[in-house]
Write a new protein. Structure first.
Lengths: 115, 114
C-alpha cells in the first residue's frame, strides 16, 4: 500500500523568508507520479506540479522549487521570498502506475505567512 | 470560462436525511471524482467515474451513492447510512484516469449534520 507523510502540520514564517515543506512517500511501485496542490482559504485545490518517478530533475517555477530525491523517497517544496498570498494548506499526493486511478494525499501542511 | 462548479457551498442536514451534492464540469473531461476532507487530514476518495454510466468505489464509499448519467454531471448522495457525514466534500475531474492526468477541483461543499 502507498502512503504519503507530511510531518509538518503547521508552519509560520515572516514575509520574505524562505520555507520548505516536506513530503515523504512510500510505495513499492517503480512507476508513480507525485503532485503538489495548494488549498487557499476558499477551499478549492489548485494544481502546482506533477513529477514522474523517472525524472529526478529539480524544477523551479518563479518563487517555487521542488526537490525530488528517490534515494530518500522525498519530494520537498520550497517557496522563496514568501508572501502573504502563499498562506494556504499544501498537499503532497502520490499516484501509481498501471491500473491505479486514485491519488493518495498526505495530511497537508498549513503555511501561514505573516506580514 | 471552463471549470467545475459545486453547489451548494454550505449544506445543513438533519440526522437521518439523505442529501445530494451537485458537481458539474464544462471541461469536457471524461473522469470525475468525489473526495471527502476532514480537519487536519488529507483527501480521501469516495467514488470515481471514468465514463458515463460507469463508476467505481474508492476507499470510503460506504454510506454514499453516485450516478453518472451525463458526462458533465456527477452528483453525490450522502445517505443516512453514513455515520459521520459532517465534512468538506470536493469534486474533481480529469481528461482521463491515467496516473499522469492531473485532477482539477471544484470549490467544495461543506456539509454539516445537525
Amino acid at each position: 500500500a502507498q502512503k504519503v507523510t507530511q510531518a509538518q502540520t503547521e508552519i509560520s514564517v515572516v514575509e520574505k523568508e524562505d520555507v520548505t515543506l516536506d513530503c515523504v512517500y512510500e510505495t513499492r511501485d517503480t512507476t508513480y507520479y507525485l503532485f503538489w496542490y495548494k488549498q487557499p482559504p476558499s477551499g478549492e485545490l489548485v494544481f502546482l506540479i506533477r513529477r514522474n518517478s523517472f525524472d529526478e530533475q529539480n524544477e523551479i517555477s518563479g518563487r517555487y522549487s521542488w526537490n525530488f530525491q528517490k534515494s530518500t523517497s522525498s519530494f520537498n517544496f520550497t517557496i522563496t521570498a514568501s508572501q502573504v498570498v502563499d498562506s494556504a494548506v499544501y498537499f503532497c499526493a502520490l499516484s501509481l502506475g498501471g491500473s491505479a486511478r486514485q491519488l493518495t494525499f498526505g495530511s497537508g501542511t498549513q503555511l501561514t505567512v505573516l506580514p | 470560462d471552463g471549470g467545475i462548479t459545486q453547489s451548494p457551498k454550505y449544506l445543513f442536514r438533519k440526522e437521518g436525511q439523505n442529501v445530494t451534492l451537485s458537481c458539474e464540469q464544462n471541461l469536457n473531461h471524461d473522469a470525475m471524482y468525489w473526495y471527502r476532507q476532514d480537519p487536519g487530514q488529507g483527501l480521501r476518495l469516495i467514488y470515481y467515474s471514468q465514463i458515463v454510466n460507469d463508476f467505481q468505489k474508492g476507499d470510503i464509499a460506504e454510506g454514499y451513492s453516485v450516478s453518472r448519467e451525463k458526462k458533465e454531471s456527477f452528483p453525490l448522495t450522502v445517505t443516512s447510512a453514513q455515520k459521520n457525514p459532517t465534512a468538506f466534500y470536493l469534486c474533481a475531474s480529469s481528461t482521463g484516469t491515467g496516473v499522469y492526468n492531473e485532477q482539477f477541483f471544484g470549490p467544495g461543499t461543506r456539509l454539516t449534520v445537525l
